[in-house]
Ligand binder design. Structure first.
Ligand code: FE2
Length: 222
């Protein structure tokens, strides 16, 4: 169905095009829990990924469950907002008639150290992706203070890019990682991570996910 805009205010500045980004501040316990589960015993996931980084370690079922529990509700709100926005106020999540669930297709820790980086890429095999920050090198704030004196700071930052540059169009979005910050975005949104030079580990995690909708009448209770 066509999307028809109906103004509801006298004045309204808005950006109806482009991908939805979601930000969530993770609880300290969730960050601690995820950090404590990171271990060399986890499978190496780097063959699936483009990162030029020291280690990319696959989530096991236990870690996936922790992430689902800690982040599922927020990703549901992201989904609801996106559906509302994409239909300009039309369709919203229908919890009366549907069950919703977050499916985590894959997840992994990214252990990035000085001089390492993650080239421009997208994620495939799911509709949603995310990044959460778990650890930063001690002293990186000093590097950032220096970098922010430049007109285009980027060290250790993640940059998202969408669409083609044009007048009144935003195509870039840069995020400064902070421990506890979590971002969700469409899987096919281009992004990259720049190198930093402070000694130590910048640890994040990512997941590929789908938000599932199943009509209640089709759900079978067992
Ligand atoms: Fe990525």
């Amino acid at each position: 169905m066509s999307v028809i805009f109906k103004p509801e205010q006298e004045e309204h500045l808005f950006a109806p095009f482009g991908p939805t980004m979601g930000y969530y501040r993770m609880h300290e316990e969730l960050v601690d829990q995820l950090n404590s589960k990171m271990s060399d015993r986890l499978g190496d996931y780097s063959d699936h990924l483009v990162g030029k980084v020291s280690q990319e370690l696959a989530f096991d079922d236990e870690i996936i469950e922790i992430a689902q529990k800690g982040l599922g509700q927020f990703v549901g709100r992201y989904q609801a907002y996106s559906e509302y926005r994409n239909n300009l106020g039309g369709k919203q999540l229908d919890t009366k008639n549907n069950n919703y669930a977050l499916q985590v297709v894959s997840g992994w820790f990214v252990r990035q150290f000085e001089n390492e980086y993650n080239p421009l890429h997208i994620h495939t095999g799911s509709r949603l992706s995310c990044v959460g920050y778990l650890k930063l090198p001690e002293g990186i704030e000093d590097e950032w203070e220096e970098d922010y004196k430049d007109h285009h700071p980027a060290n250790g930052h993640i940059q998202f890019a969408s669409g083609t540059a044009a007048g009144y169009t935003c195509t870039n979005f840069i995020v400064k990682p902070q421990v506890g910050d979590f971002y969700v975005f469409p899987s096919q949104l281009f992004h990259c991570v720049y190198p930093f030079y402070t000694k130590g580990e910048r640890r994040s995690f990512s997941m590929n996910m789908n938000f599932l909708e199943v009509p209640k009448e089709k759900s079978v209770d067992k």
